[in-house]
Design a protein around this ligand. Structure first.
Ligand code: PPS
Length: 308
């Protein structure tokens, strides 16, 4: 269990006491992910499932308003977080407590940091997992983009970054909290995947069959959708469509904070591949990773897909 009041990462602190005390509703829908595992994608899909595929209504709201980050909005007094939220299009004084039900709430927090009411209220949880090698590469790209903005020394290439990623240390990224390693996050939810309030999906399965996974999510949420509507949602949430959508790309954040052209370099919708790690990992990186990975997985039957 967590005994500190704040948890730190690169750039800002999260007030974990506020998160723990957050009042959960039974009809809340939590999207929980390890960072860079498909959060942006799921934030597009779930609101569309809930509104029956009304793309215009979803596009009218920034992703971080339609599906706010719990730990960010609760700690919004932190000046760095405040600026980040402003650039995510989240108005000052955004009040998650008065949001209408069903709320869609995002979190990158590990299970033991989540609100204590989870046990009693049992909100719905959609958990998206992605193979850790692609997560490492996606995180590296994000970190490289973000470092100048948070005034932290850049890594000397991917091999220099990988040990910090595997150990989740040295504040590698604004949302990878120190100590929250990939297995500590993903394997907990894998164990809980059969609980009735949990829907565990993978990035790789979504790549293989997006309409099929939208169907799984809509059934889990108790929303009946026709094949046509599922198809429309899949079309809107395809990589190519999201890559052209300034709302999904979080263009303001890209331009104002990361100082990059969102249509070319948004780290939220970048390459969207399975197996991209193969052109980034050196042989030595792969050996180091696989050694630790075997340790991570020795008591788990989860089998991430490293390629399709
Ligand atoms: S974050 O910053 O934690 O919210 O990042 P997250 O959204 O979890 O992950 C970003 C990666 O998801 C990819 N992505 C997609 N892939 C396929 N299809 C769609 N529609 C899609 N949308 C986002 C995005 O490109 C990031 O992966 P990489 O490997 O960096 O391309």
């Amino acid at each position: 269990m967590v005994d500190s009041e704040t948890i730190k990462n690169a750039g800002f602190s999260i007030d974990i006491d506020l998160v723990k005390k957050f009042e959960v509703r039974e009809d809340d829908i939590f999207l929980i992910t390890y960072p860079k595992s498909g959060t942006t994608w799921m934030k597009e899909i779930v609101p569309l499932v809930l509104n029956g595929g009304d793309v215009a209504a979803v596009n009218a709201l920034p992703p971080d308003v339609r599906a706010p980050y719990l730990e960010f909005v609760l700690s919004a007094e932190d000046p760095i977080l405040k600026e980040l939220l402003t650039n995510f299009g989240v108005p000052g004084g955004f009040d998650i407590d008065t949001q209408q039900s069903p709320r869609v709430i995002v979190s990158h927090l590990r299970d033991d940091f989540l609100p204590t009411q989870f046990a009693e209220k049992r909100p719905k949880v959609i958990y998206v997992a992605r193979n850790p090698k692609d997560v490492a590469v996606s995180t590296f790209h994000f970190v490289q983009k973000e470092l100048p903005a948070i005034n932290k020394k850049a890594y000397d290439g991917f091999s220099d970054f990988l040990p910090d990623f595997m150990n989740a240390r040295n504040g590698i990224h604004t949302v990878v909290y120190d100590g929250s390693t990939w297995p500590s996050h993903v394997l907990t939810w894998w164990k809980r995947r059969h609980e009735p309030n949990v829907c565990f999906v993978t990035f790789e399965d979504m790549k293989k069959d997006l309409p099929g996974n939208i169907r799984i999510i809509s059934e889990f949420l108790g929303v009946k959708l026709s094949d046509d509507v599922i198809q429309r949602i899949a079309e809107h949430c395809s990589f190519d469509k999201m890559k052209q959508n300034p709302v999904s790309l979080k263009s303001d954040y890209c331009v104002n904070v990361l100082k990059v052209d969102p249509s070319l370099e948004s780290p939220f919708v970048r390459k969207g591949q399975v197996g991209g790690w193969k052109s980034v990992f050196s042989e030595a990186d792969n050996e180091t990773f696989d050694k630790m990975y075997r340790e991570w997985m020795k008591d788990s039957d989860f089998e991430p897909q490293f390629e399709l």
